[in-house]
Design a binder for this molecule. Sequence first.
Ligand SMILES: Nc1ncnc2c1ncn2[C@@H]1O[C@H](COP(=O)(O)OP(=O)(O)OP(=O)(O)O)[C@@H](O)[C@H]1O
Length: 351
Amino acid sequence: MKFFNREKEIKEVLSIIESEPNFIYFIYGPINSGKTALINEVINNLDKDKYVVFYINLRRYFISKYDDFIEVLFEEYEEDKNPIELVKSLIKDSSVIYGIPIPKNTLNTLLDKKRPKNIFKYITDILLKIEKEGKRPIIIMDELQKIGDLEINGFLIYELFNYFISLTKEMHLSHVFCLSSDSLFIEKVYNGAMLKGRTDYILVDDFDKETALKFMGFLAGDVLNRALSEEEKEKIYSYVGGKPVLIIKVMNRMKTDDLDEILNYLLNMEISELMDLLAKVKNNKFEGIEYNKVVNALKLFKNSYEIDAYSIKEDIKEFLIKRNILFLEPVKRILRPQSFLTWRAIKILLK
Ligand SMILES: Nc1ncnc2c1ncn2[C@@H]1O[C@H](COP(=O)(O)OP(=O)(O)OP(=O)(O)O)[C@@H](O)[C@H]1O
């Protein structure tokens, strides 16, 4: 799939990368808005003579203990090369390395010691050597919230944040970008005292209407071999809004199915999921979460896509965000459904 637009966001990320590291950057937004696609577009087009990117993707892994995290963080190599030689051989064709390379024996020693201090020292040594070679390291952590609950000597996430502060604000050695669609996690980070003044935030939102319609036009030729009418575009937007993944899904299905059927199918799936959740709430499947309160909270979206984040009480708000019904924009303090589709389902079910 060819990448579309995001010129403003790309410019923003590039201007950060071109400056001296100073902050930890959080790239956040509703689910499936295109955060990973955006950062990949940026890093795959970087000058490999100037940058080395370490991409750590926590998304695909079940992380329940410290050793799991270490395994995801590092990519082990049998060879007995020293780490910087490993890095050099890995960045011949591209500036992106998945995981921090480490010789097998070194990894075993670090695992035995079970202390983050040692792993951070190992990483810093590599970063310093890369800097010595005249290149700027960039660390990207995708779905960082997955280690939010891991405890070792205190919470691992705090150890990691402290380390990232030293890499950015103190040593100005490496850029650090953390991606997350977990808005409760971003809210915690945003309001947490520890990171105040040391972080910055980049919102990657669903496309606005104008961009979404252009995206449909952009895809139409490739996917359908024909142009879309304005009426078709408006109809798709009214159901799925500007969420790229849903627009792609609808257009792929249009190769074989009727547009109204596709949109109704997607809406019905969304309605079923919401009905299922509400039925569970009604049957007291979630301790302390009252049915009437959930319904009243959702009713606030009947006439409005966005509401003030303080309009819903904390426990219900958290519940609906955790279930991916609502998205919280912590910087503007706004709550809204995760997608237009969810919004439609809410309005139909709670009319
Ligand atoms: N600008 C874009 N151009 C083309 N396709 C895009 C674009 N943005 C997103 N997509 C497509 O939408 C899908 C979802 O995007 P992506 O996985 O980047 O979202 P995300 O915000 O990282 O998701 P998550 O909420 O799971 O973290 C991807 O398959 C990607 O191909």
